[in-house]
Ligand binder design. Sequence first.
Ligand code: IMP
Length: 436
Amino acid sequence: MNLCVLGAQWGDEGKGKIVDLLTPHFDIVARYQGGHNAGHTVFVQGRKFVLHLIPSGILHPGVVCVIGNGVVVDPVALFAELDTLQAAGIETTGRLLVSDKAHLILPYHRELDVLSEARRGERKIGTTSRGIGPAYEDKIGRRGVRTGDLADPSDRGPLALAIRENVAARNRLVGNADLHWEKVLAHLRRAWPRLRPLVADTSVFVHRAMAQGRAVLFEGAQGTLLDIDHGTYPFVTSSNATAGGAATGIGVGPGAVGTVLGVAKAYTTRVGAGPLPTELTGELGERLRESGQEFGASTGRPRRCGWYDAVAVRYAVRVNGLAALAITKLDVLDGLERLEICTAYRCRGEVVTEMPGDIAQLAACEPVYETMPGWTRSTKGLTKWADLPVEAQRYVRRLEETSGVGAAIVSTGSDRDHTIVREDGVLSHLRSPVRR
Ligand code: IMP
């Protein structure tokens, strides 16, 4: 009954829309990793919502949203997002829980992120400058601060001690002792009254809910190829965006994660540095960027665009155990005379069908393409498979064959309703939508 929705490419696949579309089948939407580096755009009846930290399920009254222990939380960003939702008339009271084990992004993590990028120079990752990497570094370094730690903000408590050590480490790194631990502690004390009602043992909450027969949708951020372990390291984010992250990032067993649905665009995009084998740098890339509005939802940066990379998606099928795909933005390809699908790479004279683990090798790879005819008719907003031009049907079928799994959903526009749900797909076993 549970489902995990995650990115099968380099992020920005349209997960926000797919999670929003499927939320009526669930009681709880739980975000398991990342932070406000994500930008999940959802259009509801022409109204645009961009969610960064709060699960997209919040747009559905009655659904409880969980920010799991695997997420890193910037309280300022969280409050700003709550304010925006409330201003838009969305009631969030009692509908959002934050794990007491979720680590905090502290005010200086952003500064360290920017500094680390500057120090890398040419080799910079192209991060979102949200302090995500430094917050996870502190977590793994076992000196991080968790939301639950704010319960005792006394001058001599464990929180104050941790902040002192962290600020001293920051000052050494920056080479400047201008930040005082008292200032950071005061910042957290100010955040606590608003954070306190949200903080809970969310693993217990999710377990109890599941025991009562409630269904959970696990929401991933970023994408498989940006995963800290399985992505194009070091050009990755600092968390496990892959399906395993759902279990560790919420505190459930792997079996509870349920079916895994990978979201993939009908082409490929990437924002930030790192290899992108099918990248189109000329006019075609520009055309995809313009018609797909490929600009970062968090940072506004233009995204790099390229043809569909079936090698990358097959890899995502393998490392996540994907049962099916949701293919998004098919309409962006309307009017293109021919389309290419990358089915393999040619690396140093050899044809390879598996994603190389070494990025120097990946960077030296050339895509091996298969050409398909495009279609002239608009697919925008279509809701029935039979209404798609035959060339578009053939293209989607070929994406399924080359990727190794079927497409349970084909998205033809940004609105909730601009969607084709394949009735014979793996989603047919989901619980019936709950009318709230
Ligand atoms: P960070 O997550 O800010 O540390 O950035 C690391 C890499 O992940 C950079 O290439 C970012 O552009 C990329 N990234 C982080 N979040 C997203 C996202 O939500 N969509 C797409 N790329 C992302």
